[in-house]
Design a protein. Structure first.
Lengths: 557, 374, 242
């Protein structure tokens, strides 16, 4: 044993601790080659910076919140239709016979600490998830981000929309309360409305006639296992493709179809993503605590003879509900080889209509590419006004969707606004045909008008609002040209597909004088501070009058 | 150590166009970052710290703001935990109990905490981190010709080497063999789920559930089934008020439960004038189904299966709340508004020896929503 | 003359008029002849196109229609709307009592029990089951009311008194079916009233805002107006606008 002076054991430990992150990194790299260029390119990937690009992330983060809160709920929920007698704390349902599923939901809401809060967060997150998908889908649609090479991502996105729809439907049907049970009953009838195989389909899913004894546990497995796994897989694919193809961007300075201008993923963009997760989570927490949602204790357990006025499914199903309410009483009956057959009324609004909508949604990128005879790759977004036909079509489709959604709640509207229920049905029937046509025409003209205005500003400059008078007495407004003008004052700028500034403050005039929200971030720069009177009159050391600079108070930072 | 502003023109970065020697000791850390990005096809064109002079008042002010936000987050988070443990949460009847605020308090504390974290992070990124603009080249379109050629060859080779195309026997055997195996895998999953809707519902009753309800005498040993309330007690005619209605179920075991979800029935005691009008309008199918001024209609809507239970005593309409179908009670419950297309089925009524209502027979048509085989 | 005697003995209306009216009923008649006669006729037999017959409607109908202000009717419409009653407080109670006595004397009908706290001995859990089978289809799970066909509607129950609810069940006003004591026993009525009282008196454990207890329709509106709008405002702050 040599007697060299060794560093003390404590010092050695501290040194090892400090070096732990680096040592771990080295160890992982030796095993996984984490320092390779692909890993670095992941950190360095450039993302363009526009607020509308964050809408899809609302959906992503709400899905994460759904997984977290959902896991908590599965620890208490019993997906069983066995009859039990309620013995929990909610007095208005004491000793009532109900399914174990409903009883466990009541248990979660009243006898588990914080259970109601988590349940409400879960339901609000579900509504937010699908609302965000719709808003994100609209953004993609109206800016043309679904064009080649992103058709696959669009298809995955549409698939995610319908899967989220199913997730929501199965989710709110799990508690087996009277409201969602009525919805299941209607779902069963819709299955029956499928031609030829309808009864077989319904009997297969429900294991016999409605409601059977297995439907809740089957829906449970679909809701907590099959669908979340599929959605998770598709979201991962969606993000990988987006990463690989890089995000689209708006046209603008320095931006071409062949590059991405923005900031690198790490650290700025990743930090913003993290912050956004907290914003979405915070919003869900606030709503989950402040706004009551799905008060199943007021509905009672599902019984086939029980129903309520103002029964609606969750908002994302309302467009189908509205279609079903508005559809006229048409049913096809015929005899074939002596047997009677029926094509039920519910087939048209609840089977064929969503089928056509889904197929159109999936196929839209290819339809538009064919109509525009466009096979090129597009990485630059289009302003909605520059594609008037698509924008008008989208606006009309959105109007159609909104009218159907509101019609799904037409009895609530009738009650709140004192309108006859039958009148609401007719208003919906007429409106759903008429209004989209009107909106199409109006939006088309609006887009053309906006395009016209863009080119007018490019040619003639920004209206400054300053009015001058000519010697002959006529008034004219001074225009600020955006670029070089010819001898007649007309500009020669081309429209590049990006925002044309139309106000003086957009080109740098009238910038806010002082930065900062509540208080100024910094005092105003001492460009020419007013000299004080005393300082001006006080003679300098040599008797001469002080200079303006010397007389000014010292404002340097 | 400050990062360079704008395009800091050092000899080394200019040399970076052609290839930077990473072992050069004059390279700054940012030069390495820039070189790493360049090798990924990314050019950092602007990298500008917010505060060229470190330690300024503004910078320190902003740091304090971010720190304060994190502290608020922590305080609110702590508030959440404290409220979670100590705020009274157990359900109490009445609007004034403190426990009614348990969920809102949890929501507000958690929400504020999370928002504060988010605000702090965003303020940090937006106001403290350097501002940067980077440009990345896309590499869109098809892979290079070389790569395509190589990939084609690799894939085609496997296909050709396997010899399927020039070994027709194998090709045939493959198809014939794999298809049944696929079926074998799918069969239990699909087959296990299949239930025959036309199979007789019980051994004693030789008819399917799709076409008959719990009022079928076969379920009651051949005797007519009594109409009972939801608590199982049978009903006499005197128990229903004039202009009143009552929901009834088949008086068999499980008749009032969801096991017989297609059986709930609305028993209505009509006023004399209305009953007379109905009698005049009765379909041939429904002749004899009324008992005095009593009529019983199926409480399962023929549109989508909800109970059409909004009985409007004066307009004599039965409104279904789900899709607003309206059925005229004085005319065989035929639909007069809304998407329903078939009348509600009428249950033939009778009284037994003890004076209780019974169903003379099952419904004469299938109840509920239409289906293909109807 | 024989015909005249027989007529006098057997004609119902005249026989009723010949019986002496109690004091309350006389006061009731005075009110009736001032406020009700134009639509309901001389002897309560009704006027076609204006008002139905009141024979046999009983105290319950009077109690309900008058104390909720529906009667006297302001104008004809799809149905009578509740409005502030013509009389207030004690005067209202008295006049309801007088009118009830008169209408009861006129043609009989269901009578009201005494007392104001008619739900006191009711079991809300049993009442809830009865409510959901019989009442929720028109009045809603949360007692908020709902739309009926062609302009009619079932009113909300949360502001109704116990007596008004009892009276409505007994008399079946307008489109509401009749729930006589043979059909829903007084105990069952008390149970239902106890349940309705839990709906109006219990708070909402799920939050500060209950969104009107309308269900998914207002919840969907809230997620867009509050959730999406709020988060989009945040995105406008976080990311750039160009």
């Amino acid at each position: 044993m040599t007697s060299i002076v060794k560093p003390s054991r404590l010092k050695r430990r501290k040194q090892q601790l400090k070096e732990m992150p680096a040592a771990t990194g080295r160890g992982l790299d030796e095993r996984l080659q984490l320092a390779s260029p692909p890993a670095r390119s992941f950190l360095n990937k450039v993302f363009p910076d526009h607020w509308s690009f964050l809408l899809g992330e609302i959906a992503l983060w709400s899905f994460v919140v759904l997984l977290l809160t959902g896991t908590f709920l599965t620890l208490f929920f019993e997906p069983s239709m066995d009859e039990v007698t309620y013995q929990g704390s909610y007095t208005a349902l004491q000793d009532v016979e109900m399914s174990a599923a409903y009883a466990s939901t009541l248990n979660l809401s009243f006898d588990v600490r914080g259970g109601l809060f988590i349940r409400q967060m879960h339901h609000w997150a579900a509504l937010l998830f699908i609302a965000a998908i719709v808003v994100h889908m609209l953004r993609i649609f109206f800016t043309g981000a679904f064009r080649k090479p992103r058709e696959l991502n669009w298809i995955i996105g549409v698939a995610l929309f319908w899967l989220a729809f199913l997730l929501g439907f199965t989710g709110y049907s799990l508690p087996d309360d009277a409201l969602s049970g009525t919805g299941l009953r209607i779902g069963h009838a819709i299955m029956l409305a499928v031609p030829v195989i309808g009864t077989w389909l319904a009997y297969a899913l429900f294991d016999g006639p409605f409601p059977g004894e297995l439907i809740i546990s089957r829906i449970y497995i679909v809701h907590v296992f099959i669908l979340p796994l599929t959605v998770l897989g598709l979201i991962t694919l969606h993000l990988i493709i987006m990463f690989k193809q890089k995000h689209t961007q708006w046209p603008g300075p320095g931006r071409t179809n062949r590059n991405v201008v923005g900031e690198r993923f790490f650290p700025r963009y990743a930090a913003k993503q993290g912050a956004f997760f907290f914003i979405v989570f915070g919003a869900i927490a606030l709503m989950g605590g402040l706004f009551q949602i799905n008060p199943v204790w007021l509905f009672g357990p599902y019984k086939a003879a029980v129903v309520s006025v103002a029964s609606q499914p969750d908002w994302y199903v309302l467009f189908l509900e509205g279609a079903t309410r508005l559809f006229p009483a048409w049913e096809t009956r015929f005899t074939l080889f002596g047997e009677h057959y029926t094509l039920p009324n519910a087939f048209w609004p609840a089977v064929l209509f969503p089928g056509i909508v889904a197929i159109t949604m999936f196929a839209y990128p290819f339809i538009e590419a064919r109509l525009r005879k466009d096979k090129g790759i597009h990485n630059l977004l289009e302003r909605p006004r520059d594609v008037p036909k698509r924008t008008a079509f989208g606006a009309a489709a959105l109007t159609f969707y909104v009218i159907l959604t509101v019609s799904g709640a037409n009895d609530v509207v009738a009650k709140v606004f004192d309108i006859s229920l039958n009148a609401m049905t007719w208003i919906g029937r007429v409106g759903v045909i008429l209004l989209p046509a009107v909106v199409y025409l109006a939006t088309y003209r609006l887009c053309l008008g906006l395009q016209q205005h863009d080119r007018e500003v490019l040619a003639h400059g920004i209206e400054t609002g300053i009015i001058r008078r000519r010697p002959d007495g006529g008034f004219y407004e001074v225009h600020q040209p955006l670029g070089p003008t010819d001898e007649r004052g007309r500009g020669g700028l081309e429209y590049t597909g990006w925002t044309v500034p139309k106000k003086m403050n957009r080109i740098g005039a009238l910038a806010p004088a002082v930065r900062g929200f509540f208080v100024p971030l910094e005092k105003a720069a001492p460009s020419s501070p007013a000299p004080t009177r005393a300082a001006l009159e006080e003679p300098g050391p040599n008797g001469e009058r002080p200079s303006v600079e010397e007389a000014s108070s010292d404002q340097k930072e | 150590m400050s990062a360079p502003t704008q395009r800091a023109e050092t000899d080394l970065t200019r040399a970076g166009e052609t290839g930077v020697d990473l072992s050069d000791p004059r390279l700054t850390r940012f030069d390495l970052v820039r070189e790493g990005a360049r090798r990924n096809g990314i050019e950092i064109v602007l990298y500008e710290p917010r505060f060229p002079v470190p330690g300024s008042r503004v910078e320190r002010r902003l740091e304090r703001v971010v720190a304060l936000l994190f502290l608020i987050a922590g305080a609110a988070g702590l508030g959440f935990v404290i409220a979670y443990i100590w705020w009274p949460w157990e359900y109490e009847f009445g609007p004034d109990s403190l426990s009614k605020f348990y969920t809102p308090v949890l929501g507000v504390t958690l929400g504020v905490s999370l928002f504060a974290v988010a605000l702090a992070l965003v303020a940090w990124v937006k106001k403290l981190l350097p501002h940067e603009i980077a440009i990345e080249e896309r590499h869109d379109g098809a892979s290079s010709d070389d790569d395509r050629q190589l990939m084609e060859a690799t894939l085609a080779n496997a296909g050709q080497e396997s010899g399927v195309s020039r070994r027709p026997l194998l090709k045939g055997a493959l198809a014939l063999g794999l298809a049944p195996v696929g079926l074998a895998v799918a069969a239990p999953l699909i087959g296990g789920l299949i239930r025959d809707p036309h199979r007789p519902m019980y051994d004693e009753v030789g008819v399917s559930r799709q076409f008959h309800t719990g009022f079928h005498p076969g379920l009651n040993g051949g005797r007519p089934v009594r109409l009972v309330r939801e608590d199982g007690t049978p009903i006499r005619p005197e128990d229903v008020s004039v202009s009143g209605q009552i929901t009834v179920f088949p008086g068999i075991p499980g008749g009032t439960t969801n096991e017989f979800a297609d059986s709930p029935t609305l028993l209505i005691h009509l006023r004399q004038a209305d009953a007379d009008e109905l009698r005049e309008n009765l379909y041939e199918l429904n002749q004899g189904s009324m008992l005095g001024n009593f009529v019983a209609y199926s409480k399962v809507c023929t549109h989508a299966g909800c109970p059409p239970s909004l009985y409007e005593q004066q307009t004599n309409r039965l409104l279904c709340p789900c899709h607003q179908s309206q059925f005229l009670i004085t005319d065989n419950a035929r639909p007069v508004f809304g998407p329903a297309t078939r009348s509600l089925a009428m249950l033939p009524l009778d009284v037994d020896e003890e004076g209780y209502f019974v169903a003379a027979s099952d419904y004469k048509v299938p109840v509920g929503p239409s289906f293909w085989e109807r | 003359m024989l015909a005249g005697v027989l007529y006098t003995v057997f004609a119902p209306g005249l026989a009723a008029q010949d019986e002496p009216l109690s004091n309350d009923a006389q006061q009731g008649r005075a009110i009736y002849e001032q406020s009700c006669i134009s639509c309901h006729g001389n002897n309560g037999q009704g006027v076609p196109g204006r008002g139905p017959s009141l024979i046999g409607v009983g105290e319950a109908a009077v109690e309900f229609q008058v104390s909720t202000g529906r009667m006297p009717l302001a104008r004809q419409g799809a149905q009578a709307e509740p409005k502030p009653p013509v009389w207030r407080g004690e005067e209202l109670e008295r006049n309801v009592r007088y009118l009830s006595a008169y209408i009861d004397a006129l043609g009989g009908g269901p009578r009201m029990p005494a007392g104001t706290d008619l739900g006191a001995n009711g079991d809300p859990a049993v009442g809830g089951e009865l409510y959901r089978i019989n009442c929720s289809s028109c009045h809603g799970y949360s007692g908020g009311g709902g739309a009926l066909s062609a302009g009619a509607f079932a009113p909300g129950l949360l502001d109704a008194t116990d007596r008004q609810i009892w009276a409505a069940m007994l008399s079946g006003p307008q489109n509401m079916p009749v729930f006589g004591d043979n059909q829903l026993t007084p105990q069952e009525k008390a149970d239902i009233i106890a349940f309705i009282n839990t709906l109006s008196e219990d708070g909402d454990p799920g939050g500060v805002f209950n969104l009107g207890r309308f269900g998914p329709s207002t919840e969907g509106l809230a997620i867009f107006l509050v959730g999406i709008v709020g988060i989009v405002i945040a995105t406008l702050w976080i990311a750039g606008k160009s």
